[in-house]
Write a protein that binds this ligand. Sequence first.
Ligand code: KG4
Ligand code: ZN
Length: 349
Amino acid sequence: DRPITLLGIESSCDDTGAAVVRRHPDGRAEILSNRVAGQAELHAAFGGVVPEIAARAHAEKLDIIVEAALDEAGLTLDALDGIAVTAGPGLIGGVLSGVMCAKGLATGAGLPLIGVNHLAGHALTPRLTDGLAFPYLMLLVSGGHCQFLLVEGADSFRRLGGTIDDAPGEAFDKTARLLALPQPGGPHVERTAADGDPARFAFPRPLLDRPGCDMSFSGLKTALLRARDACIAETGGAGLRSRDRDDLCAGFQAAVADVLEEKSRRAIAIYLDSAPADPALAVAGGVAANRLIRTRLQALCDETGLRFTAPPLRLCTDNAAMIAWAGIERGLVGPADDMALAARPRWPL
Ligand code: KG4
Ligand code: ZN
């Protein structure tokens, strides 16, 4: 029983991250450093992440970020117990850059290499931040992900349901685009919704009438587009009035919150069937920053007797500390990888 210290590397989307995380013998986690370099400005002109640009930026930045993470932790490579890297799912060019970087470092320093599933990184974060015990329920909601996971162990996840089309963050971003609000749209839509009337527009709650935990958010975007155009037509084409924009945002946000709350209720029922000792729901992903959604989930947990946890935002969004931690957890229950570790664009949990 001794501390385990891992370097984590993340490059599966548009954030280049490196972090050093230590697990103490008593199970306590300590983040020694957590560096993230975003690429928002590189992709801003294109209205989305451009895979080729992302891959090149990762390749250029990885060495510098890794060095900065080690410096901040005050450690050199030989003080580590291994290197964890996101091996998928994600944009393949970026994942490859990270995996190649990790292989080079691991070979050079003679360290074990651990390939981590990016989703496992998100799913295990509440253990890093709050020491949650297995099994717990996780709602992962971001720009790219939307699913309920029953987290039963470091290498054991059960998917209870998820979106069949867009992720909620994507829907927030599209809504912002339709209403000429800046990107990423979530925070702007939330701010605009604060002054709006959520009941003025009757937006659909897709799949709410169907059993199960699957969700759909793409129909919402179409409804919003139609309502927006009707508002513009009312002004004789002069453009959206600010009241219209407030109400559209409020109506959209209320619809997303209703769907997430109701589907969470069902996921909780499935989870409680297994009679967990210390039931808990954790949320992760950028959309977990939304105050209405948080409030609704907190109330639902109060009602059903669950502990509700939401890791701090910088550990909720893409980062390398969660990859280092997931590497530590996986290293404790299974063998390390070798130089045959592949980068996988798709990798269901
Ligand atoms: O987890 P994240 O940083 O990146 C991935 O998508 O993996 O999540 C980013 C997403 C964006 O779509 C952004 O619009 C959304 O999270 N988001 C929000 C809020 N803050 C960020 N959505 C709703 N309300 C917010 N306050
Ligand atoms: Zn992610």
